[in-house]
Design a protein. Sequence first.
Length: 57
Amino acid sequence: MTELETAMVMIINVFDKYSRKDGKGDTLCKGELKTLIEKELPGILGNAKDKSEVKNS
């Protein structure tokens, strides 16, 4: 597989890991998305300019 194909497979696998927690494998609820971002993209939340907005989202 190409690098891009490998990356896409990894993205899909991570999505599946978090989207199945509520029993619906084709969507992410707000809580699942927040958990995904916190665990898989910690730099996104850590570098947020307005921390209160992150908590309210």
